[in-house]
Design a protein around this ligand. Structure first.
Ligand SMILES: Cc1cc2nc3c(=O)[nH]c(=O)nc-3n(C[C@H](O)[C@H](O)[C@H](O)COP(=O)(O)OP(=O)(O)OC[C@H]3O[C@@H](n4cnc5c(N)ncnc54)[C@H](O)[C@@H]3O)c2cc1C
Length: 396
């Protein structure tokens, strides 16, 4: 089977005895990031191959889970605000291009004590970037959004520019548009190792060997074992997500009445949720899961996983029935500071590394695809990505 790429003659890069299938760019991984990177590379005319070890929209990585939150008043750091704004624009453009509904705007609530990082940080981002927002006390919250029961000492930062992304559709849309431009996707093909030559990188999979001028590793927690020379401080953390049905007043939980939310119930202890888009209300704890190698994540969901979410719902969303109707496991790829990694390999100029997770990356996948395609093809990007450098992690 021969693909869009040409072939590299014997011996050009390291003495192979047969012609390799050659591409301008190879993307390793087709989750939220790999699919978007492939789309933006294809729009810039790069002959691209995407290698994914599982099938499209599988459930072994980070990008599944039916729905993801998108928000702008970023409590983690105001430097994400510009990226969030661009991400919104690109999702809207992709919706227009494909005619598919990828995003539903619901508004967003970040709830906690007035001095909690989630409220203080969201407010800071909203003020710094003049984002539309309002700060609600308990009474105002209950009046506007009766699904929520905050305590008297809590406040809620409401922002209208927040909502829900449908990740499977987003990934499919990026992939199909890239395919239309000639990008090749190989599913069920695991990359096993690579070698960097003077101008080409050789990629070995379980089935084949390829050559590319540039390679982008977007393999989530597997980036660590694919790039062992970098000793990346990435941790794979197991997460469990649940869906619940309302026990009464179901209309309060649909996306027109209920915003997405994050709720800091104690210092650094955050729960989040997404209104009912047909599968029930999604709710989960942010972090607090076991760390394990990505191929050894325990996929069984236990009563122990359920307990903290049930306790949270009992006091904060009391109209929900606390017996989950479904659940799923998923993994965060955490960096020590919670920020992403988007950078060039320090010793190989034609290799790029992308790991935007730590539990909040999906919303940015549209803009990260744009950034990485600019970096790989032109060597620079118009966005400020200094927050995501390898150097800040001591990797030089
Ligand atoms: C429970 C949960 C909830 C989340 N909620 C949100 C949210 O509400 N909003 C938000 O913005 N973000 C959210 N995130 C974070 C977001 O989902 C991630 O940041 C994002 O999906 C990461 O995408 P990725 O492409 O980097 O990783 P992945 O989706 O893990 O993709 C990596 C891909 O690489 C492939 N791969 C790995 N090794 C190889 C190999 N050797 N050869 C070929 N392919 C390989 C994998 O199979 C995988 O498909 C959440 C994450 C989780 C787990």
């Amino acid at each position: 089977m021969c693909h869009a790429g040409g072939s590299v003659p014997d011996g050009v890069e390291g003495g192979c005895t047969r012609a390799l299938k050659r591409f301008e760019t190879i993307v390793v991984g087709c989750g939220g990031m790999g699919s978007s990177i492939s789309y933006h590379l294809s729009r810039r005319g790069a002959r691209t191959l995407v290698l994914e070890r599982f099938k499209l929209n599988h459930e072994n990585g980070s990008s599944h889970g039916r729905t993801k939150i998108i928000r702008t008043a970023y409590f983690e750091d105001p430097r994400y605000v510009r990226l969030a704004k661009r991400a919104f624009q690109l999702w809207a453009a992709l919706e227009k291009e494909t005619g598919r509904r990828l995003l539903e705007v619901t508004g967003g609530l970040m709830i906690g004590k007035p001095d909690s990082p989630i409220v203080v940080g969201s407010l800071r981002s909203a003020r710094e970037y003049s984002l539309p927002h309002s700060l609600l006390d308990t009474k105002e919250l209950a009046e506007r959004f009766p699904a929520f029961a905050a305590s008297d000492s809590e406040r809620a930062l409401y922002e209208p520019n927040a909502g829900i992304l449908f990740p499977d559709r987003c990934i499919e849309a990026h992939k199909e548009m890239a395919e239309e431009e000639g990008t090749k996707f190989h599913f069920g093909e695991r990359v096993t190792r690579w070698e960097a030559g003077r101008s080409l990188v050789t990629i070995h999979t379980e089935k084949e060997t390829y050559a590319a001028e540039k390679v982008i590793f977007a393999a989530g927690p597997w980036n660590r074992s694919l790039l062992p020379d970098l000793r990346l401080p990435l941790e794979c953390e197991r997460q469990v997500i649940f869906w619940f049905r309302p026990s009464t007043r179901g209309e309060l939980f649909n996306p027109r009445r209920m915003p997405i939310f994050g709720w800091e119930v104690g210092r650094g202890r955050i729960f989040y949720g997404i209104p009912n888009t047909g599968h029930g209300v999604k709710a989960a704890r942010h972090h607090g899961g076991r760390v394990s190698p990505p191929d050894e994540v325990d996929r069984r969901v236990t009563a122990e996983d359920e307990a903290p979410v049930r306790t949270f719902l009992k006091s904060r969303l009391p109209l929900l029935d606390r017996t989950p109707i479904s659940s799923m496991t998923c993994t965060y790829t955490n960096t020590p500071d919670g920020h992403f990694v988007i950078d060039r390999h320090p010793r190989h100029r034609n290799i790029w590394l992308v790991s935007p997770c730590s539990g909040h990356g999906f919303k940015f996948s549209s803009v990260i695809g744009e950034i990485v395609s600019e970096l790989a093809l032109r060597g620079f990007t118009r966005q400020d990505i200094s927050l995501f450098s390898l150097a800040r992690l001591g990797i030089t």
